[in-house]
Design a protein around this ligand. Structure first.
Ligand SMILES: Cc1cc2nc3c(=O)[nH]c(=O)nc-3n(C[C@H](O)[C@H](O)[C@H](O)COP(=O)(O)OP(=O)(O)OC[C@H]3O[C@@H](n4cnc5c(N)ncnc54)[C@H](O)[C@@H]3O)c2cc1C
Length: 406
């Protein structure tokens, strides 16, 4: 039996529609308010849905929607720029395999599934401030830039790494941290290239990091280019795409991989420029009063973790379970206890990967020497089990958090 009637969800990216679907299952009505007018079709590069993300979607019967648009990624092959194979990681056989999805396809699939389930998603609603209802009923009111407002029993900030909700509940909240890398990617033809089957290859290149998967019908690549100063996606897009492609082909010129060939096959209009890789190691305040954060707003990891979307999905489902079983604020405390340590551990691991990717000429020599040993250790599936194996028992009641003695 749910304790609240309705929820306002700010942000219709990945976490927003999932938390709305999970709340609906828990008997709580939710409306999603998204800042942008249109859909996110064509926006964003490739990302992975890890086994744990798929398991979390399955807990609310929404996994099929994502499986339909994902390309299976049965393993990741780690390579050095010399072409040497360093290690191969796969998901444990008992778990669903990893999926490679384009963010725009993922967004569309979740959007369609949520609306199919009757969830209202309102566009052109950019949250600017929050107040408490003047009716004295403890409800929270969201105010949007178009002058409209909406009231709910709780407000969930699913508004991403630059969350407005995060700043409203804690004006001192940390800002995103730049990882020293810019992101690029493209879908391109793989005709004539050696197929990687259902494996993603990841190359610690001589000057930059390159990932690629070559399939029969479609191939894709992404690159992380070390860059000393941060650049937003908009700033990076002010530089001509043809110029970025030229620079990328140049930095990969010594690597014994298909990088240069795949970049040459990419037309400027196909290049996806995602801007600086960022994370936030720890957000001190996840909730205040009737307001709570979910997804990147609470735990933004850089794309190097391969877990940003999956963590957002997991948190969305767990938050709904907590709101189903416990009153606010105990629900928020229980949710944070379920999620914080795991999310921050993943953020930390990705930050270490970023420093290997952004290694300068001297650090790179050391990295290349140590990498084979480090990779052999990492290739042990038990090292990854805690990340991938995160079952969520939807039906199990969430225990109330123990009270801290005064
Ligand atoms: C445009 C874009 C491109 C991305 N590309 C990649 C990529 O290539 N690779 C990768 O690994 N990850 C990428 N990500 C990040 C990845 O999607 C997230 O890490 C992950 O999905 C977490 O989801 P989330 O729902 O917490 O945040 P997001 O998916 O970022 O969704 C947040 C949503 O909130 C909306 N929003 C923001 N502020 C407000 C406001 N004030 N009022 C109302 N709505 C608001 C945004 O428009 C957005 O739709 C991208 C994110 C975005 C927004």
């Amino acid at each position: 039996m749910s304790r609240i009637g309705n929820a306002i969800i700010v942000g219709g990216g990945i976490g927003g529609p999932v938390v709305a679907m999970a709340l609906r299952r828990a008997g709580i009505e939710a409306t999603v308010y998204e800042a942008y007018d249109g859909s996110a079709d064509g926006v964003g590069g490739a990302l992975s849905i890890a086994p744990n993300g798929r398991t979390a979607l399955a807990a609310i019967d929404a996994e099929a929607a994502v499986a339909a648009i994902g390309h299976p990624m049965r393993a990741m092959v780690m390579q050095s720029w010399t072409g040497k194979r360093l290690a191969e990681f796969g998901s444990p056989p008992s778990l669903p395999e990893q999926l490679l999805v384009w963010r725009s396809d993922l967004y569309r699939a979740l959007y369609d599934e949520a609306t199919r389930r009757g969830i209202r998603i309102e566009h052109g609603k950019r949250l600017v401030s929050l107040t408490e209802s003047t009716a004295g009923d403890g409800r929270v009111v969201a105010h949007f830039s178009d002058g409209t407002s909406a009231a709910g029993d709780v407000l969930i900030g699913a508004d991403g790494i630059r969350s407005t909700v995060r700043r409203l509940i804690d004006p001192a909240a940390p800002e995103p941290r730049y990882a020293g890398l810019l992101g690029f990617g493209a879908r391109t033809s793989g005709a004539g290239l050696v197929s990687t089957g259902d494996k993603m290859h990841m190359v610690f290149g001589k000057r930059a990091f390159f990932g690629y998967q070559v399939g029969a019908d479609e191939s894709g690549w992404f690159a992380n280019l070390p860059h000393p100063t941060p650049m937003s996606a908009a700033e990076a897009r002010r530089i001509d795409a043809a110029e970025w492609l030229r620079r990328l082909a140049e930095v990969f010129r010594d690597d014994r991989t298909p990088a240069v060939e795949m970049i040459r096959r990419t037309a400027p209009e196909e290049l996806v420029i995602t801007g600086g890789l960022e994370d936030i190691p720890s957000v001190p305040t996840w909730h205040r009063g009737r307001v709570v954060l979910v997804g990147d707003a609470a735990h933004a990891t850089s794309p190097s973790s391969g877990q940003g979307a999956s963590l957002a999905i997991e948190s969305a489902v767990q938050l709904a379970r907590c709101l189903r079983d416990l009153p606010v604020p105990e629900a928020f405390t229980a949710y944070e206890r379920l999620r914080r340590d795991r999310a921050e551990r993943i953020i930390k691991m990705a930050a270490r990967t970023n420093s290997d990717k952004a290694a300068g000429p001297i650090a790179r020599v050391l990295r290349d020497l140590l990498m084979p040993v480090a990779m052999r250790l990492l290739a042990n599936p038990e090292k990854w089990a805690w990340q991938f194996d995160y079952p969520i028992d939807w039906a199990a009641p969430v225990a109330a958090p123990a009270r801290v003695a005064a």
